[in-house]
Ligand binder design. Sequence first.
Ligand SMILES: [Zn+2]
Length: 264
Amino acid sequence: MIVVCMSQYFLPSGMRYATLEEREQFYSREFNLQKVAEWFRGGFGNIKFAVIIGRHTKIYPEKYKQDASTTIIVDEYKNIEDARQQILEFLPEAVYYDRNVYDKKNNKICQELAFDLDPENITCPIHGSLADKMKRKQGLSFCEIEFDMVKKEATGLHELLADRFSDLKVVYSGRGFHLHVFDQEAYRLSISERFNLAKQAKQAGFHIDDWVTSGEFRLIRLPYSLNGLVSRIAWPLREDELKSFDAAHDKRCLPKFLDKEATF
Ligand SMILES: [Zn+2]
């Protein structure tokens, strides 16, 4: 039996922190590099990755204690396999990529547009608002009710964005959902246009993170990576799968190390 100390957090049943051994197992045997490459549509070479080793979980290899909470950029790799080896070296709780698109001289050219919907931002009939949760130091906690509400928001936000954009992807992030916009027009939006889009989405009632949409926070979780806070694989979903999507049981999102657990 695995005992994980997480008294600060409440999570839907079956979700828990992944151990270092489990992260190791995932990134050495399960992490699907083929799918990661497909996500970047052949434009893989210039992608900057980032890892956070143990900021929230406080689970990290002893030698990286000093850097456990640091965002470490992984941008010098020979190929995708080499990038995986570097991720394996850190055994991070989270892997991200930089949405900025850079030229060969490392100048930012433009940026992928994305929306981040997280369940903790939802006001829950049981657990209250984000402020209530923060007061109890449960800012990253969420429950099934909040997850269901955020799932409905993902569907609604997809609908709203589909009025203007045509190349949209929804990703289950382990906690909430990310909407990625791959239309060329979206890459070229200015920061103020992005802020306006964020404002419109918020006015329409969606609980998004402005910093992600405006682009000031440029990192976003890497699809197919392991979310070490909940032991779920971030997975792209079709819009029509959202309604029936069950994060507790959907096999695509369950890392193999959970196979032995019959807790849910
Ligand atoms: Zn709740």
